[in-house]
Design a protein around this ligand. Structure first.
Ligand code: HEC
Length: 164
C-alpha cells in the first residue's frame, strides 16, 4: 500500500511538472494574430516592399524606451508614413484594430509577436496586459495611423541605430 501511494504521488508530480513546462514553452497562442498574419505572414517575416517584417523586430522595439507604447499605439490605431525596414522603404497603410479587438486581444497579440515571433532574447521584457493597453489608449492624443507615423519618426530619431 505504501509503495502504491508513493508511486501515485510520483505520477502526479510528473504530470504537474509536464503541464508547467508545456505552458512555459508556449505561453502565448496565435489566435489573435490571424488578422495580422494576412499581411505580416504567419511567421512575421512580412513581404519585403509591401509589409514590413515584424519577426524579432517587435521584440527589439519593446526593449526601447517608448517602444511598448508605440507597439500598443500601432496595433490599436494603425500606421501610415514612409518607413524604412531592412533597407527597404514602405509607403503602406496599416489599419487600426481598436474597434475590432478588445484590450485583452491586443495585449494577447502583442505578447504573441514579442515573445513567440522572436529569434532573439526576450528576458526582461514584461508581459503586455489589458490594463497597460487601455492606459496607453487613453493617453494617446491623436488616434490615427498618421499620428502613429509621427511617433515612429520621433522614436527612430531618438534611438538611431538601436531601432531594429
Ligand atoms: C492590411 C495589412 C496589415 C495588417 C492586417 C496588419 N498590418 Fe501591421 N503593418 C502593415 C503595414 C503596411 C505597415 C507599415 C506601414 C507604413 O508603411 O507606414 C505595418 C506596420 C506594423 C508595425 C510597425 C513596424 C515598424 O517598423 O514600426 C507593427 C508593430 C505591426 N504592423 C504590427 C501588426 C499587428 C500586431 C497586426 C495585427 C493586429 C498587424 N500589424 C496587422 C500592414 C498590416
Amino acid at each position: 500500500m505504501k509503495i502504491c501511494a508513493n508511486s501515485l504521488v510520483a505520477v502526479f508530480g510528473v504530470i504537474a511538472g509536464a503541464a508547467v513546462s508545456a505552458q512555459d514553452q508556449d505561453s502565448y497562442d496565435a489566435d489573435n494574430y490571424a488578422t495580422c498574419a494576412a499581411c505580416h505572414l504567419p511567421d512575421g517575416a512580412g513581404i519585403p516592399g509591401a509589409f514590413p517584417r515584424i519577426r524579432s523586430r517587435a521584440t527589439g522595439i519593446a526593449m526601447l524606451e517608448g517602444g511598448r507604447d508605440y507597439l500598443i499605439t500601432v496595433t490599436s490605431y494603425g500606421l501610415m508614413g514612409t518607413i524604412t525596414v531592412d533597407g527597404a522603404q514602405y509607403f503602406g497603410i496599416m489599419p487600426g484594430n481598436s474597434a475590432a479587438m478588445s484590450t485583452e486581444e491586443i495585449a494577447s497579440v502583442l505578447n504573441y509577436i514579442v515573445f513567440e515571433l522572436s529569434d532573439s532574447e526576450t528576458t526582461g521584457i514584461d508581459e503586455f496586459t489589458a490594463e497597460e493597453v487601455s492606459s496607453v489608449q487613453s493617453a494617446v492624443a491623436s488616434k490615427s495611423p498618421a499620428a502613429a507615423g509621427e511617433i515612429r519618426k520621433a522614436l527612430t530619431t531618438s534611438h538611431g541605430d538601436d531601432w531594429p
